[in-house]
Design a protein around this ligand. Structure first.
Ligand code: NAD
Ligand code: GLY
Length: 372
């Protein structure tokens, strides 16, 4: 078992551990004990995850002395909405949860985001613990405190920053993920390869992209030591960024590499039929095409980057019935828009990115066309 500490200097309550290893879910009670004084715990999950891991989590939490309740939400990104949030609030009120009690998110990014928003708002804030069960949630969404729901007009438009008290990333849970969902997480892992040098983690001495290229077979075979190290390294990169900019006043925007286009794609699909990571993979390719349009990167880096994406079979394409105009329109309501300008995180050299708000419509059109 390995631990990464997230330290947020501006927010003492925001420092917490991420435990990474095998068998953490069946020992959840022992791990969370020192991070909550709760009497009651409300575990939020869905049917699929509950049938796989609910029992062991419940048993362990009860053995640790908690009163444990479960609320199962509908499954899917389209349920990361106000109805699900309302269901959690209603259940918390029905159970008479008090401020010292806690909500536990058992699941992927959808469950984590909506449960975190409920925890941050119910009684103006109760305890919150993340038990991420997807690769995406373990390397990204369970860390850093962004909690949100979608609005019909755009992705994650309603949310807040609310840090968990602890995160338990049990890599054994990744064994039951479908290949499709595992690849979705890998898209965010590849993202770290493209932004690594901009994250401000000290002591970098090798390239994460190269590591990903060389270790693909072990990663795809879920070799425990490799996966544990992979999750740990992504968490360290994200923790380094969040440490410097918890509330995204600057640096943290780099974590949204590929997301300006990605979020627009998800919105145009109506959050159905495409997963977040698939949309981000499309968006990352888009960022490389835009960077070429703007002359920001060499042909060699462009080819290396696309070859890494292709090596992991990130061969997703936008469906023809989604127009470039509708994507453009969706980008206008992205959270990153500032003074009416759409912002893109673009590659400028290997593993380095910068924020740009001067991508013109022609450059964007030329790049987007290549994503179909
Ligand atoms: P998800 O939560 O929808 O989970 C994917 C699917 O896998 C679901 O059907 C789920 O039931 C199933 N599942 C989960 N764990 C499983 C397991 N161990 N075995 C078998 N099936 C399992 O998707 P996701 O990719 O985890 O998360 C995507 C969401 O995360 C998006 O809403 C995205 O916006 C959000 N996100 C948030 C942040 C953040 O910082 N808060 C960062 C990145 C992404
Ligand atoms: N996934 C983007 C962020 O956490 O800032």
């Amino acid at each position: 078992m390995q631990t990464v500490k997230v330290e947020i200097p501006q927010n003492q309550a925001g420092s917490y551990p991420i435990f990474i290893g095998q068998g953490l879910l069946e020992n959840a009670g022992t791990y969370i004990k020192q991070y909550t004084k709760a009497k009651k715990l409300l575990v939020v999950s869905n049917n699929t995850i509950n049938s796989l891991y609910g029992e062991e989590v419940k048993k362990s939490l009860e053995q640790a002395g908690y009163e444990v309740y479960f609320l199962l939400l509908e499954e899917g990104e389209q349920y990361k909405n106000a109805d699900s949030l309302q269901k959690i609030w209603t259940e918390a009120i029905r159970l008479k949860l008090e401020r010292k009690d806690a909500l536990i998110a058992l699941g992927g990014g959808v469950i984590g985001d909506v449960t975190g928003l409920a925890a941050s708002t119910y009684l103006r804030g109760v305890g919150f613990i993340q038990l991420p069960t997807t690769l995406l949630a373990q390397v990204d969404s369970s860390i850093g405190g962004k909690v949100a729901i979608n609005h019909d007009s755009g992705k994650n438009l309603i949310g807040s920053f609310y840090q968990p008290k602890a995160v338990l990333a049990d890599i054994s849970a990744l064994k039951t993920l479908s290949l499709r969902e595992f690849k979705v997480g890998l898209a965010e892992v590849l993202k770290y390869g493209f932004i690594e040098k901009s994250c401000g983690l000290s002591g970098l001495n090798s390239s994460f992209s190269l590591y990903l290229m060389e270790n693909k077979a072990s990663i795809m075979a879920l070799e425990p030591s490799i996966v544990e190290n992979l999750v740990k390294y992504c968490c360290r990169l994200k923790a380094a960024v969040v440490n410097k900019d918890e509330k995204e006043s600057g640096l943290r925007a780099i974590l949204n590499f590929g997301h300006t286009t990605g979020h627009a794609v998800e919105k145009c699909y109506g959050y159905k039929g495409i997963n977040h990571g698939e949309a981000v993979a499309i968006g990352m390719k888009g960022a490389f095409f835009i960077a070429m349009e703007k002359g920001l990167i060499s042909q060699k880096y462009f080819e290396d980057a696309l070859s890494l994406l292709n090596n992991y079979e990130m061969d997703y394409r936008i469906e023809k019935n989604i127009s470039i105009d509708s994507l453009y329109e969706a980008m206008q309501v992205d959270k990153k828009v500032q003074s009416g300008k759409i912002r893109f995180i673009l590659p400028v050299s290997p593993s380095e990115v910068r924020i740009f708000d001067d991508v013109n419509k022609q450059q964007l059109n030329n790049a987007l066309k290549k994503l179909y």
